[in-house]
Structure formats: C-alpha cells, structure tokens
Design a protein. Structure first.
Length: 604
C-alpha cells in the first residue's frame, strides 16, 4: 500500500536527511526526492537509524524489590526493580533529555546461558546461581540496538526486567500482568526522577539532565497492555507526581488471550498511540494492536494520532534479539506450510532477524524522536506524506512497495469525518449533514466483527470477510456488474488546508468474491460549480489486494484488516478545493467485487 509509500517508485537514499548527526529538535526537514515521483509525494522519511551526535553508554541497574498487584485476582507479589539504562555521554550543562521506558513481553524467565533454551517451570527467582550455564533470561536487553541508537540521539532509554511478572501473570484469575507492568514502569521513572534531583545509584552523570515532561513508553507483546495501563495509572496520581507521557508504542501488542474490558484499552486523550504488528505473528495472531488502535480511533477528545504498521513478513519474536531462537509462526502453523508465512512462502516474503531488527530500530527511533522529542523532520512520515528509506527494506531498495501496510487515524483537529459507516443511518446520511446514496450494488450491509470476549483469538467474526480483525463498524458492499457507486454529498467544505482523502478498506479474500489481482475503482471529487475530477485508486495504494496466506481457520495467516488508503487532494486537478461538495467511489474497473469499508475522511 502506498500509505507512507505512496507512488514512491524512484526514490534514492540520497534524499534521506543529512549525513551528519544532529541534536534533539534540530533535525532538518526531509529533502525532496528527485526524478519522476509525483509532486504530491515528493519526500521520503529521513533515515532515523543513523547514529547521532553523542556516544552511547549502557549500565545495568538493580534498585531492590517492590510489591506489585494483580487487578483481577486482588493478589500481590514481589518484583525486582531491575533494568538496563542506555544514555548519551557528556551531555551539555543545562540540557534535559527525554526519557523512554520499554517493557518486554512474556517469555521464559530462566534459561540455559548457551542457546537460550527455556527451563520450563523454573522461575526467575529460582534460577540456580553460580552454575554458569543457567541464567535469568535477559529479555530486557533484547531491544539494545534501538536503545543504543536513541541514546546517540540524546535520549535516555530504560528497558526493564519483567521476569518476576512473567512468573506470576498466567495463573487465573489474572489481569495478565497489566497492572504490575504499569506499576513497575512508573516505579522506574520514580527512581530516575530521584536520580535527576540528587544523583547517586551510579548515575551521577544524569543529575539535572532528565526531562520528565517528555516521556514515552514501548510495550512488546503483553507489555503493550502494560504501557496502556501505565498511562492510565499515571493520571490517577497527584498532578505533582505525574509524568508527561507523550506517546505509547505497542510492539506486537497482545492481551495474553484475555479481554479485560474496554476501559482498559483507553489511551489518554492527548497521548499518541503507535504500533507495529507483523502479519506473520504466530503468538499474537489476533492482531490486538489493531484492537487498541480501533478502540481509540475516532474519539472526539483525542489529541493524538493513532497509527499501525503491518510488516507483511514479520513475526512476533524477532523484534527481541533474546527471542530469535524460534520462529513463533510455528506456534500458529505447526506444519509451516502457509503460503505467506510458512515453507510455501515466496522467496523473500518472510523477514529474517536482521530485517526485523532494522524495522525495530526504525520504528522506535522515528516514533519517539518525533512524538516525544519533538523532532520535526519525522512529521511528514507520520502524516502519511513520505515513503520509507531503503535501509528498512530487506534488499536495500527504496520503497519496498506492499511490504508495509498501515492504518492511520488522525485526531479531530486534523480531520473532517465524512462517515464512519456505523449503522443503517449511514446509508442515507453522513457526518457532515449531507446525504449518502448507493446504486448498482447487489448487497450492502453493515457489520461489526466480535472482539472475542474473554478469548480474543476466537473473535473477528460477523462480516463477510472472515475473520476480520478490524473490529469496528463497517459497510460491506457487493456488486455483480460494473458501475456501482457510493456517493457522499455534503455542504461545501474548504479543503485548502487538507492534503488527503482517506478511507479504510478490505477486499474479501473468499473464493470468487474478487479478482485474484485485487480491486481497483475510481474516486471522483466534485465542487460547488459542478466540476469533477477522477483518479484511479490502485495508482495510489497497495492495500486493495487479497489478504495473502492460507485460511486462518486452518491455522493459516489469511485474515482481514481494514488498512488505510490515502489519496492526495492535489491529484484531483481542475476541482476547486475551496468548495468541495462530494466524493464518489465508482466501481467500474471490475465486473464483480466484495469489499468492506469504513472511516471516510479528509485529513491534513
């Protein structure tokens, strides 16, 4: 899909920012790309993986133990306050830098020191000591590459050891460790706030340098729920004790198979939620990263972006270097035969460890440098205006079209919502007070996939494309001859301050529902003078293909997500963008089709 990658056909690494490191807040804007790239997408994202101006140093720390709680059982247990800190060296006097806290997910907690073989049934506190061949599993060090890179850019990263939580979070009744992880995240921040005030604990160099008004959290797997909970718990504190949490990132976020209630997925209004979730994830294959996003996507009180990357070849484990001994896809598909993720996958379809580590570094650095550090160079990337640098692509070629699909939900200040397609009324009226009309469809129905209740992997049913893991209201459309239309008319809108017409859509992968090559259709924009302009959707997005893989019901990878497609308003030539009155999808490129769509809007 050419969301972020749109039509970036001939980009070069020469356009990827400056060759010299820069300090926080001073990154240059992306350089226009040369060549035949359409001007509406004339940039590529800076290569955030380059080292910055500082030398980085790390230090393992252990601040003793605290008691943490389980919200569901009401029980408690002890946990180490242990982690690794990555820091920039020789910070100038008076400079305060952002603070990031990272939470790993659930894995073995005691293992063989050689090969990382899990010792099942032995907890972290019970690992035999002094043997040399047995160790506490160092999952918290599995993100060192990204943490080190951020330290060179002037960020302090605390990646914390959650083994004690993993030893206690799976015996029902349990909240799967959500509250304990949140308590530990805030405890680590509290300890470093004390260090900032008085030094000590081996971190005198950080005294007076930590900016707790700029804090970001990352959670991998069950850590994804932990960072959401940390954001909620932070707001329960007295104001003087709160931290300025700006952004949360869910890396293959998971619930551990427990849906503990909608309120537990709420992101604080002003906080950004971003995520990356591999299509070949065999551990969190129900895509609860998308669920977190969708529960918060159109809230009117939201001040922050919601964003999801789906690397089409990535699994769950390879984002953590301590977990790379196994391809977790085998947990989902024991035979490994899946056409997208298993042994029948085309050469290069899967990402290896190196490729996923490159993704980790890019996602973590660009996300936190923009949304926590305030570095403006990355704003176009997260606005859907730029392509990705070649360093992110397995073969080093710029663009890697269709390799990453995305979902983007702009906050209210950056969008004009046309229709969320959230019920029967949307067949005749839209959110702008105008009219909706359909013609030529053989079927049109609203559906909302179920969330699975207390067993999320069992959900996603209720729409024609089954399973659909975008668990939002959506309109399902079927046509059996060319010319079907879905039109939205509305009072005149001045779109000169907006850049994109955006929608979410999935193409049903059921046999015979759509051409094997996917879908294409026309998009027509109309103004108050009666002028109109048309573009062809497939020229601007790669998100209209059939979901790859074998059927999900038989342990395959094939499932539906409603990805975002963004269409630049500048491409609708001849229309007065100051007086736009309608937009129409015209399904005249294929004789038959079945799609699901949601969330039409104009975005800045």
């Amino acid at each position: 899909m050419r969301v972020l990658l749109a039509s970036l056909l001939l980009l070069t690494l020469a356009a990827c920012g400056d060759s010299q490191p820069v300090l926080i807040g001073t990154s240059p804007a992306p350089t226009p790309a040369p060549g035949a790239t359409p001007k509406v997408y004339d940039q590529i994202a800076p290569d955030s993986t380059r080292p910055g101006a500082y030398a980085a140093v790390s230090s393992d720390y252990n601040f003793g133990r605290i008691t943490v709680s389980d919200e569901v059982s009401g029980g408690s247990y002890e946990s180490d306050v242990h982690g690794i800190a990555w820091m920039p060296q020789n910070l100038p006097a008076g400079l305060r830098v952002p603070v990031l806290v990272w939470l790993h997910g659930r894995h073995q907690t005691c293992q063989l020191a050689i090969g990382g073989v899990a010792l099942i049934g032995i907890g972290d506190d019970d690992c035999p000591t002094g043997l040399g061949v047995i160790e506490s599993a160092p999952s918290y060090t599995g993100y060192n590459a990204a943490a080190e890179k951020l330290a060179t850019q002037g960020y302090v990263v605390l990646s914390i050891d959650l083994n004690d939580v993993n030893d206690n979070d799976n015996a029902p009744p349990t909240d799967r460790g959500a509250l304990a992880r949140a308590q530990l995240a805030l405890e680590h921040l509290d300890r470093f706030r004390a260090i900032d005030a008085a030094g000590g604990m081996g971190f005198d160099a950080l005294k007076g340098h930590l900016d707790f008004t700029r804090v970001g959290l990352m959670g991998h797997s069950r850590g994804g729920l932990g960072v959401l909970k940390a954001g909620q718990e932070n707001l329960k504190r007295p104001v003087a004790q709160q931290f300025g949490i700006k952004a949360l990132f869910g890396l293959a976020a998971d619930t551990g198979g427990l849906n503990i209630g909608a309120t537990d997925y709420e992101v604080a209004p002003g906080v950004v939620w971003g995520a990356a979730h591999g299509y070949c994830d065999g551990d969190a294959s129900d895509f609860f990263s998308a669920f977190y996003l969708d529960k918060n996507r159109l809230r009117t009180d939201a001040g922050g972006l919601r964003f999801l990357f789906v690397p089409m070849g990535a699994n769950h484990n390879y984002f953590n270097t301590e977990w790379t001994g196994s391809d977790d896809w085998s947990l989902q598909d024991a035979s490994q035969r899946d056409a997208q993720c298993g042994s029948r996958a085309a050469t290069g379809a899967r990402d290896d460890v190196a490729a996923q580590q490159a993704q980790l570094v890019f996602f973590m650095t660009s996300f936190f440098r923009h949304f926590v550090g305030g570095e403006a160079a990355f704003a176009p990337l997260w606005a859907g205006r730029t392509g990705l640098p070649g360093s992110l692509c397995p073969d080093g070629t710029d663009g890697c079209l269709s390799r990453f699909l995305t979902v983007r939900s702009a906050p209210p200040a950056e969008r004009i919502l046309i229709s969320a397609f959230d019920g029967d009324a949307a067949l005749t009226a839209n959110a702008l007070g105008g009219s909706a009309s359909l013609s030529g469809f053989s079927a049109s129905t609203f559906c909302t996939p179920d969330d699975g209740g207390d067993n999320p992997p069992s959900g996603g049913h209720g729409c024609p494309a089954d399973p659909t893991f975008s668990r939002i209201p959506q309109l399902a459309l079927t046509w059996t001859s060319t010319g079907a239309k879905l039109t939205q008319q509305f009072p005149t809108q001045d779109l000169r301050g907006y850049r994109l017409f955006s929608l979410r859509m999935a193409v049903d992968f059921a046999a015979g529902a759509n051409p094997a090559t996917g879908q294409d259709f026309g998009i027509v924009l109309t103004d108050a003078t009666g002028k109109s302009a048309r573009i062809e959707a497939a020229q601007w997005t790669d998100a209209l293909g059939l979901a790859p893989g074998d059927p999900y019901a038989s342990s395959g990878s094939q499932r539906t997500l409603l990805y975002s497609s963004h269409f630049p308003l500048a491409a609708f030539t001849g229309v007065d963008l100051a007086r736009v009155t309608g937009v129409t999808l015209v399904f005249d490129k294929t004789a038959t089709g079945r799609v699901q769509t949601a969330d039409w809007l104009f975005a800045r």
